[in-house]
Design a protein around this ligand. Structure first.
Ligand code: GTP
Ligand code: MG
Length: 137
């Protein structure tokens, strides 16, 4: 499809990088069709990252994601999922390409500033988890 879902993670809000990151996203041609600030519960975070529940970093990941508010959004662009993953860069900012959001704004693999859906199917699941129909434009 032409949509993806993103979260600006707690480190981004703590460091005041919401504005600069949204600027990068829109400058790259993504249109924001839904956006709000929320705080995940532990149940939300465990559910969102359930695929990683056996990983050694799972508890650390959940505690990070509930540390403070996040910004969630649905973005629209041709080839949205793949192009957005390219824009945010590798999971580990140390390995992320120059100019990518994680290279510019993230500190570490555990606090890496931003999420982007990894498939069209997950983009729909993640977007509908956070937004009612009347919140998507
Ligand atoms: P998301 O967009 O957040 O899903 O990141 P990703 O798709 O680039 O990476 P992945 O789904 O493999 O991992 C999910 C999240 O778990 C990452 O974004 C990191 O926040 C965290 N994570 C992944 N690998 C590690 C690790 O080795 N150590 C720690 N502490 N956290 C990790
Ligand atoms: Mg992932």
């Amino acid at each position: 499809t032409n949509k993806t879902f993103t979260m600006l993670k707690p480190d981004t809000l703590e460091k005041g990088y919401v504005g600069p990151i949204i600027e990068k996203i829109t400058a790259a041609g993504f249109k924001i069709i839904a956006m709000k600030m929320v705080r995940l519960s532990r149940a939300d975070a465990r559910d969102f990252y359930a695929i990683h529940k056996e990983k050694p970093f799972f508890d650390e990941l959940v505690e990070f994601m509930v540390r403070g508010p996040i910004v969630v959004a649905i973005l629209e662009k041709e080839n949205a999922v793949e192009d957005f993953r390219a824009l945010i860069g590798a999971t580990n900012p140390a390995e992320a390409a120059e100019g990518t959001i994680r290279k510019l704004f993230a500190d570490s693999i555990s606090e890496n500033a931003i999420h982007g859906s990894d498939s069209d199917e997950n983009a729909v699941i993640e977007g509908s988890y956070h937004f009612a129909g009347r919140e998507v434009f």
